[in-house]
Design a protein around this ligand. Structure first.
Ligand code: UDX
Length: 447
């Protein structure tokens, strides 16, 4: 089976590479010639652990090809994935479909023989029907079917998520298209991956519903953290106590500075628009979006409070700029709110991130960037952990104390046990557990 993937962004590149790893012949198409030239040289446009090695192996085995020639790639394909961007409209939050629509029309006129077109980008409910109509109009004799197959890839573990998914969701109308999609994902049968076949509308909505629900869990636990700080409870105990209930589950209950990234902020807004379109707005999601926006703004206030009420003329050392570890992605990262707020309050910023420094330079001004975690701490008035990269989880606390002018740590990811930090004589401010008795740390860890 020959597969063509249009768009070599995050989703397209991971999808194409992993399908090549399954053994299919895959051609990835992009308009951006520089990107394709780089991919030929093994230069990957994003940071995703393991992707470079997989691209290289599959290119060498002549299963993975990169081209700017959409025409030829589509003509020979049995399956064409549409994986181009659907950015948020800055005014409305609605997914901007111009790239998907343009690709649909271009694909249409180049189809040869029965072809399944798969929408892989996160697209609003109804897109399969719209793309079907566009293709029919552009090429009335085309033999094709459009299928929805949303991705559930987490940045930083996208390859694992593709190779060992919790489930595959496919929205299609006919047995013929279903058979093609079953064949495509046959390599996952051995793992007994559940495959859910449903209609296109349900498949499209599943993606939004799943992401909005996960965002809701995070916003909920963040509000519980605020309550914990006021009433003397501990949010990690709350997460554990809730998560042990199988109906709730323990995942996505880590309190932090608010969710960011390429999906949750965008997908929650797009879901609200879909709700409006169908006159059935999910008001819970509206509350989640508002709570998360507020949360990100609150983090600077929390840091300022930890610094004694003012950061004017103080140096703040920041560890972690990306929205989560193991990515260089800064999209909607909490750091984008926190750092400018601190700067407006008069602070100077020294920051380090293992992969995000290049991207960060496009977003921030007047920041001093360090070579490593310790580099930025020199003479700082406080250390703030925004992203929980592994290398920030076991800092040499004695060294940290000796470098900081004022030994204060604000940990927005609850990386350290309170007792361990306070033993070193550092003042520690974390999320939702300020009132915790050190002995409780042990109880939670041993549970
Ligand atoms: C998400 C979905 O998980 C994935 O299925 C989807 O297809 C794309 O969007 P991703 O954005 O890569 O993946 O990251 P994820 O690990 O889900 O984290 C999203 C945000 O939530 C991050 O900012 C993270 O720090 C935050 N988060 C996550 C929390 O604050 N607490 C948690 O418990 C989990």
């Amino acid at each position: 089976m020959k597969v063509t993937v249009i768009g070599t962004g995050y989703v397209g590149l991971v999808t194409g590479t992993c399908l090549a790893e399954f053994g299919f012949e895959v051609t990835c198409v992009d308009k951006d010639k520089a990107k394709i030239d780089n991919l030929h040289k093994g230069i990957i446009p994003i940071y995703e652990p393991g992707l470079d090695r997989l691209v290289e192996t599959n290119q060498n085995k002549k299963r993975l090809f990169f081209t700017t020639d959409l025409r030829e790639a589509v003509a020979k394909a049995d399956v064409v994935f549409i994986a181009v961007g659907t950015p948020s409209d800055p005014e409305t939050g609605r997914a901007d479909m111009q790239y998907v629509h343009a690709v649909a029309k271009e694909v249409a006129v180049n189809l040869e023989g029965y072809t399944v077109l798969v929408t892989k980008s996160t697209v609003p409910v109804g897109t399969v029907r719209v793309v079907t109509k566009l293709v029919q109009e552009a090429n009335p004799s085309a033999e094709f079917e459009v299928v929805s197959n949303p991705e559930f890839l987490r940045e930083g573990s996208a390859i694992e998520d593709f190779m060992r998914p919790n489930r595959i969701v496919i929205g299609c109308d006919t047995k013929r298209a279903e058979a093609v999609m079953r064949e495509l994902y046959r390599p996952l049968y051995l793992l007994e991956t559940p495959m859910l076949f449903t209609n296109p509308e349900s498949s499209e909505l599943i993606k939004y519903a799943a992401n909005a629900f996960l965002a809701t869990k995070i916003a909920f636990i963040n509000q519980m953290a605020d309550l914990c700080e006021e009433c003397g409870a501990d949010v990690q105990a709350i997460s554990k106590g809730m998560g042990l209930d199988h109906r709730i589950g323990s995942k996505f209950l880590h309190a932090g500075p608010g969710y960011g990234g390429s999906c949750f902020p965008k997908d929650t807004l797009a879901l609200l628009q879909t709700g409006k379109d169908f006159n059935a707005e999910p008001t819970i999601v509206r509350a989640v979006v508002a709570a998360n926006d507020e949360r990100k703004r609150d983090m600077a206030r929390k840091i300022i409070k930890a610094c004694g009420g003012s950061v004017r003329d103080k140096k703040i050392a920041i560890l972690g700029l990306t929205f989560k570890p193991n990515t260089d992605d800064m999209r909607d990262s909490p750091s984008l709110d926190i750092i400018p707020d601190l700067q407006r309050a008069g602070a100077s910023i020294a920051a380090f991130d293992p992969q995000g420094l290049k991207e960060a330079q496009e977003h921030f001004t007047n920041i001093e960037y360090g070579q490593d975690a310790y580099d930025v701490m020199q003479n700082a008035d406080a250390l703030v952990i925004i992203t929980e990269w592994n290398e920030f989880r076991a800092l040499d606390l004695e060294k940290v104390k000796s470098l900081l002018k004022i030994p204060t740590i604000v940990d927005l990811r609850n990386v350290y046990p309170i007792s361990e930090i306070e033993k070193q004589g550092l003042t520690y401010h974390s999320i939702g557990r300020t009132a915790l008795d050190p002995s409780c740390d042990t109880v939670i860890k041993s549970a």
